[in-house]
Structure formats: structure tokens, C-alpha cells
Design a protein around this ligand. Structure first.
Ligand SMILES: Cc1cc2nc3c(=O)[nH]c(=O)nc-3n(C[C@H](O)[C@H](O)[C@H](O)COP(=O)(O)O)c2cc1C
Length: 318
């Protein structure tokens, strides 16, 4: 997830069993083949074999663009650097990205989705797979199935469907039953995405979509124990206890310790607060701690105070 999940976050989130794979932030492709340093910046794991987090969860490289030839040449570049698959992003709702004809804007013209996937699949020549991520449409869902079919026809080996249109942004609910409709019309594996915040959401999303697999976005950050909770339930049928503030604070401390090795403290403070802000989503307690901590500017003070003090009451998540 662009701006919020980097290699260190992936490392931390995959230390416990839960995730089967992960995807980089998108690499924005416009009109040129990007130099290797851009790929290494988004995916430092390319420097390792296998291309995976330290605990062994594969890391897939995501491209976002619209021009088939440029996407193809960047896919080849990524392949040469050791990428294990190329994921194409047709879901990004950002106005800037869409204005420049990328992300979800292509969902208005399924043939362009097809052309992009086909060009990348051809460029990769079967050496590594191409996968795709779509939303249910741009302003409405009329082309949801056609776009999904376009990814399959273009050669995608797997499709993630975020159950909202671009115009729905991140507004709940995600339409899991619509992901199911899409799934019925393609034969590649479909992964359900959107608004899976709890174990119950996971059950519902799987039941309504009929998908075997789900992708977690914001909830991976807001509750780093959600994926392990899901995995534990899959393996044992038992439900792990809810994530406490102390557990969240532990992750933030670990994260700060990792970031501190390469960045100045003032930047690490912002990064810790950014993750803390993500933790507020769907968690009133984390929001109350955010209110208590948000004005602290010194990293040591912030870390020492994470588990001290009472949360500030009566604050709604932003
Ligand atoms: C800050 C932010 C950055 C994101 N960046 C990406 C990205 O780079 N690539 C991508 O495929 N999806 C990206 N997404 C979308 C998520 O992967 C996911 O599809 C979306 O948030 C819905 O799932 P969720 O409800 O589990 O968060 C981003 C979402 C957010 C909020």
C-alpha cells in the first residue's frame, strides 16, 4: 500500500504465520523504462533470493500505468532484476493517478485493461506470472465482469477484486457478493478484498464472495494480529483473543527500532504516528491513544510513553 507499507512493515507483519504473499507499493510507470534503483526502492527484497520477506513470505511487484508498451518494458526490467511476478494495479482511485490515465481509470475501457495485461504477459513470456487487481468499476459496476474477463483473456493468472467502484473510494460497505458475481464469470482464482477488519468479516467475505482467499489492506496495519488470527482459526477452529493496545504498542516499538537504523529520529516519529493513525481505524482504544500521543515530537519520549498513561476518552476516529 503506497506510502504506508514498505519492506520493513512487510517484515514485521509477516513474522507470525498468516500471510501467504504480499505485494509492493505500486511502481508508477508513465512513459519510460525505469532504472533498477526505482524497483529496488519499492522492492528491496529483489536483492534477496528468494524474493521474500525475511520470514519467507513471497513479495510480488506491482506496476501501475496505462501504456501497454511501457508497462511491458518495465515488466521485462523487473523480470531481469529477479521479480517473481508482476501485479498490475487497475484499482487506484487517486485523482492524480486517474487524471494521468492510470489505476482505476482504465476500468472504463475494458479493452485497455486487456491490452495492458496482454502486453505484460507477452513481455514476460511465461517466465513469471502476471496478476491483476481491479475494483468493481469506475463510477458504476456495469463493466465489472467485462473487466475481470479482460484480465483473464489478457493472460492474468490471478485476480484480486476490491469490492467497490472507484467513485465509492473507501466508503463502506465493500460489496463482497459482487466479487462473487465476478468470480462466476472467470476461471482464474479470484481473491476478495475490501473491508475485512475482523474474523467475522473474513467469514462473511468468504461466504458472500465464494473466494478461497482474501487480501487484507488497511486492516493489516490497524490490527497486525488479524492475519495470524485468521490463520489460527483456519488451522484449529479456535479464536485467538482480541488484539490489545499493548500488542499494538509492541509492534510500533519494533517498527521504530527497525526504521531507526536507517532514518533520522524525526522521520521515524512521523512514521510511527502514521502507523498509529492507521491503527485508529476500527479501534476506539487506539484512537484514544493517538489523541494522547499525537503532539509528542521526540522519538524516545514517544516510545517510552506508548504504553504509559490512560487513553484520552471521547474522541471519534477521524
Ligand atoms: C494509503 C493506501 C495506499 C494504497 N496503496 C495501494 C497500492 O499501492 N496498491 C494496491 O494494489 N492497492 C493499494 N491500496 C488499496 C488496498 O490494497 C485495498 O485494495 C483497499 O484499501 C481495500 O482493502 P481494505 O478495505 O482491506 O483496506 C491502498 C490503500 C490505501 C488506503
Amino acid at each position: 500500500m503506497e506510502g504506508v507499507i514498505d519492506a520493513l512493515t512487510r517484515d514485521l507483519l509477516t513474522r507470525q504465520a498468516g500471510f501467504d504473499w504480499s505485494v509492493t507499493e505500486f511502481v508508477r510507470v508513465v512513459d519510460a523504462r525505469l532504472p533498477p534503483r526505482v524497483f529496488y526502492k519499492h522492492c528491496p527484497e529483489l536483492a534477496t533470493r528468494p524474493v521474500a520477506t525475511p520470514s519467507g513470505v513471497p513479495v510480488h511487484l506491482q506496476l501501475l500505468g496505462s501504456d501497454p508498451a511501457t508497462l511491458a518494458s518495465n515488466a521485462r526490467q523487473a523480470l531481469a532484476l529477479g521479480a517473481i511476478s508482476i501485479d498490475l494495479n487497475f484499482g487506484c482511485p487517486a485523482k492524480l493517478v486517474n487524471r494521468h490515465d492510470g489505476g482505476a481509470s482504465l476500468l472504463r475501457q475494458p479493452d485497455r485493461v486487456f491490452n495492458a495485461v496482454r502486453a505484460v504477459a507477452d513481455a514476460l513470456g511465461g517466465e513469471i506470472p502476471v496478476t491483476a487487481k481491479i475494483r468493481l468499476g469506475f463510477s458504476d459496476r456495469r463493466l465489472a465482469v467485462t473487466c475481470a474477463q479482460a484480465t483473464e483473456a489478457g493472460g492474468a493468472a490471478q485476480l484480486v477484486v476490491h469490492g467497490r467502484t472507484r467513485d465509492e473510494g473507501y466508503r463502506p460497505p465493500a460489496h463482497w457478493e459482487w466479487i462473487g458475481k465476478v468470480r462466476h464469470h472467470v476461471s482464474i482464482p479470484v481473491v476478495a478484498n475490501g473491508d475485512i477488519w475482523t474474523l467475522e468479516d473474513y467469514w462473511k467475505a468468504r461466504t458472500l464472495s465464494g473466494c478461497n482467499d482474501v487480501m487484507l489492506g488497511r486492516s493489516a496495519l490497524s490490527d497486525p494480529w488479524l492475519a495470524p488470527r485468521i490463520r489460527h482459526w483456519q488451522l484449529t477452529g479456535e479464536r485467538l483473543p482480541d488484539t490489545t493496545w499493548a500488542m499494538r504498542a509492541y509492534v510500533l516499538k519494533e517498527y521504530a527500532a527497525l526504521q531507526r537504523q536507517r532514518l533520522p529520529d524525526r522521520v521515524v516519529v512521523s512514521l510511527v504516528k502514521q502507523w498509529l493513525a492507521q491503527m485508529r481505524q476500527g479501534n476506539a482504544e487506539a484512537n484514544q491513544h493517538f489523541q494522547r500521543l499525537k503532539r509528542i515530537t521526540d522519538l524516545n519520549t514517544l516510545l517510552n510513553t506508548l504504553t504509559l498513561g490512560k487513553p484520552v476518552q471521547n474522541q471519534e476516529p477521524a
